[in-house]
Design a protein around this ligand. Structure first.
Ligand code: BGC
Length: 760
């Protein structure tokens, strides 16, 4: 076939597939209208009602109490969706009631927090973001979707795309960190992964971008708390990942618990109706967060549930998660003319649209195949995927004297710390369908390296007593009875590996902390072991940035291993023993102390960024701490070394509408093959809304053999030079721009160009 014919065929095929898609969606719209015309008001409102899994669904129908009432609501067609029902047997049981007993037989959409894996758990999202590997992140989401879909689930409440600068907030673990550019790329990759190209495939599920919006800016890092941010921060920092998710075709959004500048986001019309559904053209649906419609009463925004339902639906919240106010209040509100039925119809259309797209009307049991469930859930394919993601997520923070990688033979290794032998904590706090205690531990994985002698000592527990999802954990602040044995083991060993950090349930929802050190007596354990043997490798397992100034100063090797999921131990052991060369980079700044929080790299300059005269005090700083973080955004080491040189710009001056090419040479100057994340930052020197001192605007993953060099190129187009003003308008302003390229946000080569006011 000649190139011309090939191109023509490709164009025709493209056109045909877009025509097919258009006609499919027209067909869906017709079906929606037909169904809507046959629905009673109660049935419409029923579609807007979501219930939690509530009784042993596979047992007999409940006879009394709220479970009986909810069962009856399912039969009446007053429930559009359920969450926390999982496994083919359970999902089939509830779907059967909706489809076979309700008048119109509309299938349920079944949601679950598949946040990082379903049963086979991948690294927490913050860790995945540390890979900066969008392909791997997309694949990880695709595998999670495949596993969840095989277990009856067809909708995940993920990705969480909240930007956060506050390590005290426990849900930092659930997002992609502090940067809107990286956050946007990760958001889109995860949406593509969950949803695939075809939502009706039984291996893909609908995704949900949450929590719309600004939940990550809670005052004091205290979960569910008030958010007060300026509009420039809202448009430039908070909204971009949501926009990226919307552009990637995410089918649902979730609002949130927080106030945004005095208005609960669940009742926020500007966000949901004007920006999301208006400006961005989003035609999927918005689910409330758990009881967040009802919580508008607690906020003091509305007097009662009736007004809450009215405000929420007017603002664009389509589906009520567990507050019951829609079901209880909306029919009467419509009948007495307080709420326009057109708003109900709009919400129902959106919900039905996603159900049609998922193929639930063609076959409500398409996610309910027992055979597929058996072969897919927990399969080798899942384990491989989470192991690959776990290795890529690890960040090497320090490696003085090349203590790492460890020698594989002839060594005695003292492995210390309760977390080294804890098969539960690596699963993190969002692992609804995983078996408890099912992660590979570091202790188990290191035992595979039989050329060395492995001695394990717990040293100290992280928490006291049994753990569970609901109760607050009590940290062990007193029991040091295991210290002596740990110190003795370290003394006799060539090297001590300490696995320290947070228990799974010390980060996550409602797990805010005021301290960012190692919980309990772990810091003392670290110091005691170090005093006995200074060859210490500290492996951190945590769901948020920690502030560990003593360790950063004294411990020769530090590995950030987050909560890496089901295969955690293998990933960590492979990195410690050099079978995998780490390449992760921090997606958040690690503070030196909690008092520096919020700390983030893309800050603004001040009028007093440095002292006027050396030694004077009147500049923006602390008198008892540095301004800089312990470990900056974008930072991470490798077992090899990379050298950056020869930063070149294709022009010193460009006109409006013209692109600029930036090139840099990267060389692997070490002795191992390695992977580097080459990062591009820009600084718009002066603007009508002041721009941060640097902003990530591009990154490339480059793999190089020892001695190999490559020229890496970035194209800077006008969208990368733009920003949002305080009314949400996107602007590009002429002036000088600094270009910075390097292996972290602080280690960069620089150049400058000018954007002229003239051009296309
Ligand atoms: C969380 C959401 C989650 C929902 C359902 C809420 O408490 O904020 O992120 O999706 O529960 O489990």
């Amino acid at each position: 076939m000649s190139l011309r014919i090939f191109r023509s065929v490709a164009v025709i095929m493209c056109m045909m597939s877009s025509i097919t898609l258009q006609s499919q969606s027209m067909e869906i719209e017709q079906k929606i209208e037909d169904l809507l015309s046959r629905m009673t008001l109660e049935e419409k409102v029923g579609q807007m009602n979501q219930y939690n899994g509530f009784w042993n669904t596979t047992g007999p129908a409940p006879k009394q109490g709220s479970a009986a009432e909810k069962y009856e609501h399912l039969e009446k067609g007053w429930v559009g969706s359920m969450l926390n029902v999982r496994g083919v047997e359970e999902v089939r049981a509830v779907q059967k009631i909706a489809v076979e007993k309700s008048r119109l037989g509309i299938p349920l959409i079944i949601g679950l927090d598949v946040v990082h894996g379903y049963k086979t758990i991948s690294p927490i999202p913050l860790a995945e973001a540390a890979s900066w590997d969008l392909e791997a992140i997309q694949h990880s989401a695709a595998m999670a979707a495949k596993e969840a879909a095989a277990a009856g689930v067809n909708w995940t409440f993920a990705p969480m795309v909240d930007i956060s600068r506050d390590a005290r907030w426990g849900r930092v673990m659930e997002g992609a960190g502090e940067d809107p550019f990286l956050g946007s790329k990760v958001a889109a990759a995860r949406v593509r992964g969950f949803q695939g190209d075809d939502l009706s495939s039984p291996s893909t599920i609908a995704a949900c971008a949450k929590h719309f919006a600004a939940y990550g800016f809670a005052t004091g890092g205290r979960d569910y708390n008030t958010v007060d941010i300026g509009t420039a921060t809202l448009y430039n920092m908070v909204l971009p990942p949501f926009k990226a998710a919307s552009d990637a075709g995410v089918r649902t959004f979730m609002n949130g618990f927080n106030l945004l500048n005095g208005v609960p986001v669940t009742g926020h019309k500007l966000l949901q109706r004007d920006i999301l559904k208006g400006e961005w053209g989003f035609d999927g649906f918005v689910v409330s967060d758990w009881r967040s419609i009802g919580e508008m009463v607690n906020h003091g925004y509305v007097p009662d549930g009736r007004e809450a339902a009215k405000r929420a639906v007017e603002a664009g919240s389509d589906l009520d998660m567990e507050s019951y106010h829609y079901l209880e209040e909306l029919p009467a509100l419509v009948r007495d003319g307080s709420v326009d039925e057109a708003l109900i119809d709009d919400a129902v259309r959106r919900i039905l649209r996603v159900k049609f797209e998922l193929g639930l009307f063609d076959d409500p049991y398409r996610y309910c195949d027992e055979e597929r469930e058996k072969t897919v859930v927990g399969s080798e394919e899942m384990e491989q995927a989470v192991l690959d993601m776990a290795r890529k997520s690890i960040v090497l923070l320090k490696n003085e004297g090349d203590l790492l990688p460890l020698k594989q033979t002839g060594q005695t290794v003292a492995l210390i710390g309760a977390l080294a032998d804890d098969p539960d904590s690596p699963l993190g706090s969002w692992r609804l369908a995983a078996d408890d205690n099912s992660a590979i531990t570091v202790r188990q994985a290191m035992a595979f390296y039989e050329g060395n002698t492995l001695v394990y000592e717990k040293g100290a527990d992280v928490v006291v007593g049994p753990t569970s999802f609901v109760r607050d954990l009590e940290t062990n602040t007193t029991d040091k009875s295991g210290f002596d044995a740990a110190v003795a083991a370290a003394k006799k060993a060539d090297v001590a590996v300490l696995v320290l950090g947070e228990h799974a349930f010390q980060s996550g929802e409602a797990r805010s902390r005021t301290e960012l050190g190692l919980p309990g007596v772990q810091q003392e354990l670290l110091e005691a072991v170090y005093a006995a043997n200074s060859n210490v490798v500290l492996v951190l397992q945590n769901g948020r940035p920690l502030a560990l100034p003593w360790a950063a100063e004294n411990i020769p090797a530090i590995v950030e291993a987050w909560q890496l999921g089901s295969q955690s131990g293998h990933a960590i052991a492979q990195v410690l023993y050099g079978d995998y060369n780490p390449s992760g980079k921090l997606p958040v700044s690690f503070p030196r102390s909690v008092g520096q929080v919020p700390i983030y790299y893309n800050r603004h300059s001040t009028g007093r960024a440095a002292p006027f005269d050396p030694g004077t005090v009147f500049w923006s700083h602390y008198i008892d701490e540095e301004n800089t973080p312990q470990y900056p955004f974008g930072y991470g080491l490798s077992y090899t070394d990379f050298e950056y040189s020869n930063l070149q710009l294709s022009a010193k001056t460009i006109n409006r509408g013209e692109d600029l090419t930036v090139t840099v040479d990267l060389k692997n100057t070490g002795e191992r093959a390695g992977r580097e994340v080459v990062q591009l930052y820009l600084h718009d020197r002066y603007a009508s809304v002041v721009r941060p001192v640097k902003e990530l605007k591009g990154f490339e993953l480059v793999e190089l053999a020892p001695g190999e060099s490559r020229t890496v190129a970035f194209t800077i187009d006008e969208s990368l030079l733009s920003f949002y003003d305080r009314s949400g308008k996107q602007l590009v302003e002429a002036g000088l721009f600094d270009v910075m390229v390097g292996g972290s946000s602080v280690d960069v080569l620089g150049a400058t160009f000018e954007l002229k006011a003239t051009g296309n």
